[in-house]
Design a protein around this ligand. Structure first.
Ligand SMILES: [Cu+2]
Length: 138
């Protein structure tokens, strides 16, 4: 559902040069992330469900590394692009939009990581998805 809504929104926007998608999962959580690569920068949508209702804000990032081989399984993306925090609503769902003007998606593989908010504000990974290109060549 969330993905369809995002696709609907695409029709009214500048055509992205590339679109990346990630299915987020982990610890009973499910969600999606979509990254639009636009001439003016990146636009990132993240949706997550299965959070504890009203459990606060969750840090999330696009992770990458210098070797270009970052992936969820290895959690080896030691560099990040920060995204708007996900805030769990009364149903345990969260959605966040981030605009990153002038930013390009790093070379190589990247993934979207959502972090626990306890015991530290940016804790261990609780949901993750490897970003894959789904639209390109405009
Ligand atoms: Cu992170």
């Amino acid at each position: 559902m969330a993905v369809l809504a995002m696709w609907g929104a695409l029709g009214q926007m500048v055509r992205p040069k590339e679109v990346y998608y990630a299915a987020l999962s982990g610890q009973g959580l499910r969600g999606t992330a979509v990254v639009l690569v636009l001439p003016e920068g990146l636009e990132v949508f993240v949706y997550l469900e299965g959070l504890k209702p009203g459990s606060g804000a969750y840090a999330n990032h696009i992770h990458f590394n210098r070797a270009g081989n970052a992936n969820c399984r290895e959690q080896n993306g030691d560099q990040i692009l920060g995204l708007t925090s996900l805030v769990a609503d009364a149903n345990g769902r969260a959605v966040a939009f981030t605009r990153l003007p002038g930013v390009r998606l790093p070379e190589g593989s990247t993934y979207v990581n959502v972090h626990a908010n306890t015991p530290t504000p940016v804790g261990a990974s609780i949901a993750c998805g490897d970003l894959k290109e789904i639209v390109g060549g405009y």
